[in-house]
Ligand binder design. Structure first.
Ligand SMILES: [Ca+2]
Ligand SMILES: [Ca+2]
Ligand SMILES: [Ca+2]
Length: 237
């Protein structure tokens, strides 16, 4: 009797775990963040700030290059390289002072916002795909669109925002974060807008700690299914 109760409890716990796995597989799109008229002023404003990552990269372009490992851009370039001094719209705090201006920092720009910028992650270089990825839109024209793609390249959905202000000289009150969380892995993120040039900063991505690797994930899901089968058979007998 005690053994059968234990088996039933074990099977139930596996079923609950299977439910957790299926919930974990769903994607969460985040943005524009923060809301309520607040802007992203430094990494402390990121929804990823302080999370327990196994690995994590933040590209703030302050060394005038896109050179964090395992990511490539479909288009555009570092703003200071394209334009030289001036006209940079960095995240505000990158110049050392949160003062409403990102003019003295650096960022990433593409002339054709309608074509967008896609950042694609390389699992071979990183060891695995990120579970968290995002960026900060810093200049351009509304409406703004953000899309993320799963481990197979399928869309995880699209966010849109309308928070651009009229200035093109480093104003940071309009800067907002867009991102995605997907435990199955994120292969790419893409930012675009309907009109004009587009500028971003704080490209950030990482893998959260304690996420089972794909092989373990499949094994645990299999165990859960097996446990569920046992439970069903016991109920029928
Ligand atoms: Ca910057
Ligand atoms: Ca500043
Ligand atoms: Ca701005």
């Amino acid at each position: 009797m005690v053994t059968s109760v234990r088996r039933t409890l074990f099977a139930l716990s596996l079923l609950v775990f299977a439910g957790m796995l299926s919930t974990a597989a769903k994607a969460q799109l985040i943005g524009p963040h923060p809301s309520g008229g607040l802007s992203y002023q430094s990494f402390a404003d990121s929804p990823f700030f302080g999370l327990p990552f196994s690995w994590f990269y933040l590209e703030d372009f302050e060394d005038h290059a896109l050179n964090v490992p395992g990511v490539s851009a479909s288009a555009g370039g570092v703003t200071s390289v394209i334009f030289g001094p001036g006209y940079h719209d960095s995240v505000d705090g990158d110049d050392g002072v949160i003062d409403g201006s990102g003019l003295d920092g650096d960022s990433y720009f593409h002339r054709y916002g309608i074509l967008g910028i896609q950042f694609t992650f390389n699992a071979s270089v990183l060891g695995s795909l990120p579970t968290h990825a995002g960026l900060v839109w810093t200049d351009g024209e509304s409406p703004i669109f953000f899309e993320a793609f799963d481990e197979n390249g399928n869309s995880l959905g699209v966010l849109n925002g309308s928070h651009s202000t009229s200035g093109y000289t480093g104003q940071s009150d309009e800067d907002r974060f867009y991102g995605v969380v997907h435990m199955g892995g994120i292969s790419a993120i893409r930012i675009s807008q309907q009109f004009g040039g587009i500028e971003i900063d704080h490209l950030q991505f990482g893998r959260i700690a304690a996420v089972p690797e794909p092989g373990v994930f499949a094994m645990l899901a299999g165990m859960a299914a097996f446990g569920g089968g046992l439970l069903l058979r016991r109920r029928r007998s």
